[in-house]
Design a binder for this molecule. Structure first.
Ligand code: ZN
Length: 369
């Protein structure tokens, strides 16, 4: 058995820092000789131990590139997943991260993939790619948003080949449109140094910063809104916060435009693909019914002008995650102002994530259902 203690420490360090990863997102890997150890699906980096990694046979993983897959999306992902499961080392029973194939493409020993809000200000910015090219174009690759799983790995593979033929070396940085960051290095120290350099370079280009300090609340409006939500979603866990950014973004339908759709798959999975915004507590009921009619799902985040934001879910942990990912969306929206303004995911990509079997699995593991 390989010594995974350095990988565990590295994973926990990034997993426990909300600037890099939220709600159990992100994944890490280590490779040596013929084996790749990658985060198992449904485990959380902050608390992971050696048993949280899935052992993969690298030769079998690489052999996936010689196979051909069906054109139909569902059939393709099912076939790729079956191959990925079959590439596990004998005796391995855990399900590897859906991003395993992507990890295997980087020759470096350590790979850390995260979803930092500051970096996503660039990956979700209309002028994000240009900003990336000027900051990191010589040492990294940019990949467009494509369906997660096999198609994403294929896109990364092509981008790596293009970079190698142009620069004669392997990149150590990858920015992924509407998704996140990947850093690769031969040691945890290399990953740390590179990550710190990326974060400070990105922040040096960010103008306005998110204003998340608490704001005073109108107690009567809060009580009215909370009572309405308790009636509309009986038995649900409900969380509330009021901060400067929420009040500013929620002030009008037009100021709310940056939050009018989803930035990343994480936002969709944990906070829903659409936030509900209303002008006052009295409007919640009608807007709630409209939302359900439109989306066939309950709202998970409800922003009320001049008051604050509620999150609503079947249990406390899910309500807290929805709030965390809402705040993350606010941060991304603000950082993206410095990179050409926010660019949301395309509607068909949002629909793909909403229907995606793997995300449903991850969501169910994370909520313990
Ligand atoms: Zn990811």
């Amino acid at each position: 058995m390989a010594d995974l203690s350095k990988l565990v420490a590295l994973s926990r360090r990034f997993g426990a820092d909300p600037e890099w990863v939220l709600a159990g997102g992100g994944n890490t890997s280590f490779k040596e000789a013929g084996e790749l150890f990658v985060k198992a699906s449904g485990t959380s980096l902050a608390t992971i131990d050696a048993a949280g990694f899935c052992a993969i046979d690298r030769a079998r993983l690489d052999a996936m590139w010689a196979a051909s897959y069906p054109a139909d999306t569902e059939a393709r992902e099912a076939a790729a997943l079956a191959e990925l499961m079959a590439a596990r080392r004998p005796g391995e029973s855990k399900r590897p991260s859906v991003e395993t194939l992507m990890h295997g493409l980087f020759p470096q020993a350590y790979v850390v993939h995260t979803h930092p809000a500051a970096v996503n200000g660039i990956t979700c910015g209309k002028a994000g790619q240009a900003a990336f090219e000027s900051l990191f174009g010589e040492e990294g690759i940019w990949v467009p948003f494509v369906d997660p799983g096999y198609v994403l790995a294929k896109t990364v593979r092509e981008a790596l080949e293009t970079f190698r033929s142009r620069h004669g070396r392997t990149p150590a940085i990858m920015f992924m449109r509407n998704h996140g960051l990947l850093v690769a290095g031969e040691s945890p120290a290399e990953i740390e140094d590179l990550s710190a350099r990326i974060m400070s370079a990105v922040l040096s280009k960010a103008g306005r910063r998110p204003e998340l300090e608490a704001r005073a609340v109108d107690a009567r409006a809060l009580a009215e809104a909370a009572a309405t939500l308790a009636r509309l979603a009986p038995g649900s866990a409900i969380r509330f916060r009021a901060d400067a950014e929420t009040l500013q973004l929620g002030a009008s339908a037009s100021s709310f435009t940056p939050l009018s759709s989803a930035f990343t798959p994480d936002h969709i999975v944990y906070a829903g693909h659409e936030f509900l915004r209303v002008d006052d507590p009295a409007s919640i009921e009608t807007a709630w019914a409209d939302f359900i009619g439109r989306n066939r799902a309950l709202p998970r985040v409800i922003v009320i002008k001049n008051l604050g934001v509620f999150s609503c879910a079947t249990d406390a942990a899910s309500a807290e995650k929805a709030m965390l990912l809402y705040i993350d969306a606010c941060k991304v929206a603000v950082y993206a102002e410095s990179f050409g303004g926010p660019e949301h995911m395309a509607k068909e990509k949002i629909d793909f994530i909403r229907n995606w079997e793997v995300e449903k699995y991850r969501s169910s593991v994370n909520t313990g259902t």
